[in-house]
Design a protein around this ligand. Structure first.
Ligand code: MAN
Length: 482
């Protein structure tokens, strides 16, 4: 502490008589003052006599004793460049006969062998102009970038709205589908019911026909029997009339009295006419036959149908089907089935779109989604033998008069804000082509250069508002905060 204070005092004591040592900035001047005839190398490795500073012989390991000569291979020379930007040169450039561009004050050629004019004023002017142009470019590019950012926000909102719309559409499809499936089930059950009615009617008609046939046979039998009985009655009546009770024939007497008794108890039978009339009667069973039907109508039926259909979707039960051998589907059922199929297809399509939209929301489009706004913007340049085309966020092409080769399809934006494209056309005997688009700030999109860093791996240098910063000093990378 004491040592430091003494040093400071010593420096302050000599501050008024600081002497300029060639090749060092003002900030290092205190280290190059001859306080006690000694110089301490800046890395403190050695202390040498002060007259050996800039004596064209390298004493210090860090080259600090020769800031104004080319004696130390690791030395540096400071160009003051008053009025412009100061700079350091490798000491090998001192007095090498070349006026260094960056040393506009010409101080690097102090030997007098080469005379270098001081161009710092001119350089400063040019620099200021270039800086102003750069700033104008940045500001203009930034403006465009902000417009794109605004557009990107809108596009994001559009996607969000589209997600909501599609979601709602899918929900309504679902309800509609459940309704239609329940209706289909109902129709199928009704058809099955009708088939059962038809079947029962057919069977009943057959039974009636068989009964009619039986009655008809029975009627013939009755007629025959009636004739026989008639004959017997005549015989019995004759016997009763001609019977002589004096012969005391007990068998005949018994028969005659039994016949008399029979005459009194025989009921009047159905007449043949009545029977014929009965057989002519037509029987319409249609209205009379009640076919039990499943609970397929009403609210309960609707939900039961939907539930059955869902279970069938999951393969837990068999989809209710109509035996094709026993039934031909009604037009109503066919139409319903077609309508269900159509809804299913539309719903599937919407579900796919929904997934894509959701994926798009999660995709990295750079800060504030700015890249969303430039998707599909294309520009190209003729570079060497090819016209190269960049389509932002879509693809890269290498075109000649006869070929249009896909260099790559957009994949992602990397951590440096470069756009990465891959899976291009396969190289002969090599990998698939791929490309990287490096962006630098520009007023508009412009392809400056393309180099094939490795075989079939291309680096595109693109100027674009995308890379313009909001203010000087910021990077302007699309992946950085805007
Ligand atoms: C074509 C071009 C070149 C590429 C070769 C590889 O000539 O696409 O850029 O290097 O194919 O065979």
């Amino acid at each position: 502490m004491l040592k430091f204070s003494v040093t400071c005092l010593a420096i302050l004591g000599h501050a008024s008589s600081l002497e300029k040592v060639r090749g060092i900035p003002g900030s290092k001047l205190p280290y190059y003052q001859n306080y006690n005839g000694l110089f301490k190398c800046l890395d403190s490795s050695k202390t040498i006599p002060f007259e050996r500073v800039n004596d064209d012989y390298c004493d210090c390991i860090d080259g600090s004793d020769e800031p104004g000569t080319s004696a130390c291979p690791n030395g540096t020379f400071f160009c003051q460049n008053a009025g412009h930007i100061p700079t350091y040169l490798p000491s090998s450039r001192i007095n090498d006969g070349v006026c260094e561009e960056s040393c506009c004050d010409g101080s690097d050629e102090w030997s007098g062998l080469t005379t270098c004019p001081n161009t710092c004023k001119q350089k400063a002017k040019e620099y200021a102009k270039a800086e102003a142009e750069k700033e104008a470019t940045r500001a203009s590019g930034w403006k465009q970038k902000q417009e794109w950012t605004k557009k990107a926000q809108q596009l994001r909102m559009d996607v969000e709205n589209e997600i909501q719309r599609t979601d709602a559409k899918i929900q309504s499809f679902r309800v509609n589908l459940e309704d239609k499936e329940a209706s289909l089930l109902r129709l199928q059950e009704e058809d099955q019911g009708q088939a059962q009615v038809d079947q029962s009617q057919k069977e009943a008609q057959e039974a009636v026909t068989k009964l009619k046939d039986a009655i008809s046979v029975l009627r013939d039998q009755i007629e025959k029997q009636t004739n026989r009985i008639g004959q017997l009655e005549i015989m019995m009546k004759d016997l009763a009339a001609g019977y002589n009770p004096n012969f005391q024939d007990m068998a005949v007497k018994g028969a005659v009295s039994a016949f008399d008794e029979l005459e009194t108890i025989l009921p009047t039978s159905i007449s043949s006419e009545e029977l014929t009339k009965l057989l002519e009667t037509t029987i319409d069973l249609r209205a009379g036959v009640a076919i039990p039907r499943a609970a397929s109508s009403g609210v309960v039926g609707k939900y039961l149908g939907a539930a059955k259909s869902k279970l069938a979707d999951f393969g837990l039960i068999q989809r209710p089907s109509v035996d094709p051998t026993s039934m031909v589907e009604s037009t109503q059922i066919i139409k319903m089935r077609e309508s269900i199929e159509k809804i299913r297809e539309e719903m599937l399509q919407d579900e796919r779109s929904l997934n894509q939209l959701k994926a798009s929301l999660n995709e990295n489009y750079g800060d504030k989604d700015v890249l969303r706004a430039v998707k599909g913007i294309c520009f190209s340049s003729l570079i060497s033998d090819y016209t190269y085309e960049v389509c932002l966020l879509e693809n890269l092409h290498q075109k000649s008069s006869s070929l249009n080769t896909l260099v790559g399809t957009y994949s992602h934006v990397d951590e440096n804000g470069s756009l990465v494209y891959n899976h291009g056309t396969k190289c002969w005997n090599g990998p698939e082509r791929s490309g990287r688009v490096d962006l630098e700030c520009g007023k508009e999109n412009e392809l400056l250069a393309v180099r094939e860093a490795q075989k079939c791996e291309y680096v595109f240098r693109v100027r674009s508002p995308l890379a313009c910063a909001g203010s000087i000093g910021q990077t302007g990378r699309v992946t950085d905060e805007l």
